[in-house]
Design a protein around this ligand. Structure first.
Ligand code: NAD
Length: 493
């Protein structure tokens, strides 16, 4: 007999305990060689005053077992609490979120009979950094951080995944027409790494039309690789149009570690009613078994699940009279899957993971030396003036003899010099200073020139701005990196 492998399991909140009990029942009946060790997470832990939603001692168990099967939790709204999901993903370096979604037509009603795709979502970066500041009375900032190592890892993972699972195409979705540096880097790295996979078709689509196409023509897509926030949104869209958000599972993969869950949340609206669909968590558990090198148990469960679905045994979220045969609750659905263990579906193609369970290997990041040259500074001010010209005049005087004020923007739009009277003004100003001899437009046909400035000149500049009675709230240094401009221009600059 195979020695059971210890895994960490959390029942979570809302429908979590119901769907986890159902999932564990199926795993047990299938003879999956696992030994669950349960931990508390979520509401109970937040209520004990632990703001991360997970007890400090649980990390040791997670490190020991390296596999975490997690039901959804309720994230308390408002200040002080951090999202447990984000904390676990980021703290354990679970950089890749893999969300396969397929249509179960004609047994589960959907407008999209042909839908079989995998969304591979970057899982650690982007706006999920949760670094937010109210900077002025009017303006709040949320930092979007995208790194080269983070992007390289996820893009390579997407291509390696496509290669391993015989997927034909990888589509990258970004908003690099607007975020030319952050999303632009993601797109550029996609092109760089994609070139190493000549047998795989590649395309890039702007996320807004991409989301529309996913909802309208999902058959066009195979593997979709995208940033954290876009991936979160589009995977719910795609799961919902496949039949129900309650169907799709999700794997969060790091180096030698994985967390497996449903893509949906704790569904407080149906909690305790015994009607939730356990399929999303069950599909997450199937991905877990494959990850653990237990493909036979995974296939046995998947095939029994497909049998139940094609025989029309459906929970309320996918029940449709005329299509479904029997409406069941969570426990009954689990029993229907248990009753079919050992059988293969008659209509769907039976699942066989054999040979496809090798964990994907992503090479360690090698940082290249980058030559950075400081060429200016954006000083952000809080000021209630309605007169950008007067502010510009005061800052021009404060600029001193080594630097000059290049422009002022308000929410990114140029308001000085030569602003437009129609532009709406908040109390949040970005004031760009460069070397006094800089020629950022380059003149007719010429290259822009940004002579370097020194770090201590920035500090002296801040002192002069402060002495002029103005209030700097933050600065951003402007760099050229290996000869490339590393900052965006103002709208209208
Ligand atoms: P949700 O996914 O919980 O629910 C959205 C809708 O889908 C609801 O109508 C719900 O009844 C339905 N639904 C979801 N899962 C279902 C299932 N298995 N069977 C049948 N119907 C199902 O999203 P929400 O209401 O926005 O979020 C509720 C809570 O869950 C929030 O606190 C949120 O922060 C949290 N959340 C947690 C996770 C996670 O733990 N991974 C993910 C998303 C949201």
């Amino acid at each position: 007999m195979t020695t059971p492998i210890k895994i960490t399991v959390a029942k979570g909140d809302g429908i979590g305990p119901e769907i986890m009990d159902a999932t564990m029942e199926i795993l047990r009946a299938a003879g999956a060689p696992i030994e669950p060790v349960f931990i508390d997470i979520g509401a109970k832990v937040y209520e004990r005053g632990v703001s991360s939603g997970i007890e400090p001692g649980a990390w040791d168990l997670l490190r020991e077992t390296r596999v975490f099967l997690k039901a959804p939790i309720t994230t308390p709204q408002g200040g002080g609490y951090k999202s447990l999901n984000v904390t676990v993903r980021k703290s354990l370096g679970l950089y890749s979120n893999v969300r396969p979604v397929r249509s179960l037509y004609p047994f589960v009603e959907t407008k999209h009979p042909v839908l079989d795709m995998v969304i591979i979502r970057e899982n650690e970066e982007d706006l999920y950094a949760g670094i937010e500041h109210q900077q002025t009375g009017d303006v709040v900032q949320s930092l979007k951080l995208i790194s080269r190592p983070g992007t390289e890892k996820i893009v390579r993972y997407a291509f390696e995944y496509a290669r391993q699972y015989n997927r034909k195409k990888v589509t990258c979705m970004t908003k690099d027409n607007i975020m030319k540096h952050a999303d632009g880097m993601f797109h550029k790295i996609f092109d760089e790494i994609g070139a190493e996979y000549p047998e795989i078709e590649k395309e890039h689509i702007i996320i807004d039309i991409g989301a529309a196409l996913l909802a309208d023509r999902p058959f066009q897509f195979d593997v979709v690789c995208t940033l954290n926030l876009y991936g979160d949104i589009i995977s719910d869209i795609v799961a919902q149009i496949s039949g129900s958000v309650g169907l799709a599972g999700s794997a969060n993969i790091g180096v030698n570690m994985g967390m497996f869950e449903a893509i949906h949340g704790s569904a407080p609206d149906i909690a305790g009613k015994g009607i939730a669909n356990p399929s999303g968590l069950l599909n997450g558990a199937v991905m877990m078994l494959v990850h653990m090198g237990l493909p036979e148990a995974a296939a046995k469960i998947s095939n029994a699940w497909l049998c139940a679905i094609e025989e029309g045994v459906h929970t309320g979220d996918i029940y449709k009279s005329g299509v479904s045969k029997k409406k069941v609750g969570t426990k009954e659905f689990a029993q229907a899957v248990v009753d079919r263990l050992g059988r293969s579906p008659g209509q769907f193609r039976p699942v066989d993971f054999g040979g496809n369970t090798r964990p994907l290997q992503i090479p360690a990041y090698k940082r290249k030396k980058v030559y950075r040259q400081l060429v200016g500074v954006d000083v952000f001010l809080c000021d209630e003036t309605e007169d950008p010209q007067a502010l510009g005049d005061a800052l021009t005087r404060a600029a001193g003899s080594d630097m000059k004020l290049k422009l002022i923007t308000n929410r990114g739009v140029k308001v000085y010099p030569d602003g437009m009277p129609e532009t709406f003004l908040t109390d949040h100003w970005r004031c760009r200073f460069v070397h006094v001899d800089a020629n950022p437009t380059g003149g007719p046909g010429g290259q822009p020139t940004y002579p370097p400035i020194k770090g201590d000149e920035v500090i002296e500049l801040l002192g002069r701005i402060h002495s002029a009675g103005l209030e700097p709230i933050k600065t951003e240094n402007l760099y050229y990196l290996d000869g490339e401009r590393g900052f965006s221009l103002g709208q209208g600059e």
